[in-house]
Design a protein. Structure first.
Length: 246
């Protein structure tokens, strides 16, 4: 997401509808669910909830969940899923949240990195902090830039075909289009075998150094309790556990 604009992969109806089928392995969410239990969270704000996979997982466990996302296309998919009535869905971002007090806020997958503008990133952290009860936690992940994950983002390494029920075969691949310091831009392409339609989505992620992330958290009123390797992606992704102070 750049300057408040939502990438087509999350907003375009045909792409949002197949998002889950193209990324069915969400074992990355296991650590977040475990942390919610470890922290004793009962009220959770899922920032950048997308198609609602994690929000619904927590709701199924009896937690009170708010799913927040700026992509209306993704929220339409989320709200059509079984059990969606157990989640409070909000179309927007963390800079304009209604009053709430939650125990835990999460940003899974690439959510934190997709907020590339520094002012928007700081505004997001402030908005989340306001939504946390005193002592409440923020947990999110960010790719470790030293791994240079973008070097694997090319057609030869990423090309695949996926057979999707009710849709047919879909070809997909990703290619880097530009690298500008910590900003890596890339383009996803999908080809729908049923009618030959080709769709693309342009995205940019900001690869923040660990000390930059830590300094920003402290500046926005958080205490950084711990930084962990993502258990399913060691040496590739870092999970930050921060806490609202006061």
């Amino acid at each position: 997401m750049v300057d408040g604009m939502v990438d087509d992969i999350f907003e375009q109806p045909r792409l949002a509808a197949i998002y889950d089928a193209l990324d069915p392995d969400r074992s990355d969410l296991d650590e977040y669910a475990r942390l919610a239990g470890e922290l004793g969270a009962q009220q959770v704000l899922d920032v950048g909830c997308g198609t609602g996979t994690f929000a619904l997982l927590l709701a199924d466990r009896g937690l009170d969940v708010v799913g927040l996302d700026p992509a209306g296309g993704s929220l339409i998919v989320a709200q059509a899923k079984p059990g969606a009535d157990r989640v409070r869905w909000i179309h927007g971002d963390a800079t304009s949240l209604p009053p709430m007090q939650v125990d835990l806020a999460t940003m899974t997958a690439n959510v934190a990195q997709a907020i590339v503008d520094q002012a928007e990133w700081e505004g997001t952290l402030r908005g989340v902090r306001a939504a946390l009860r005193p002592g409440g936690h923020l947990v999110f992940e960010s790719r470790d830039p030293t791994y240079r994950a973008w070097e694997e983002w090319n057609r030869s390494a990423s090309y695949r075909t996926t057979q999707i029920e009710g849709v047919g075969k879909v070809e997909s691949w990703v290619e880097v289009t530009n690298i500008d310091g910590p900003l890596v831009s890339f383009r996803w392409t999908w080809v729908f075998d049923s009618d030959g339609e080709v769709l693309t989505s342009e995205s940019t992620l900001r690869f923040r150094e660990r000390d930059e992330v830590e300094a920003t958290l402290v500046a926005q009123g958080y205490v950084l309790d711990e930084v962990r390797d993502a258990p399913d992606r060691p040496a590739r992704e870092l999970v930050y556990l921060a806490r609202r102070e006061g």
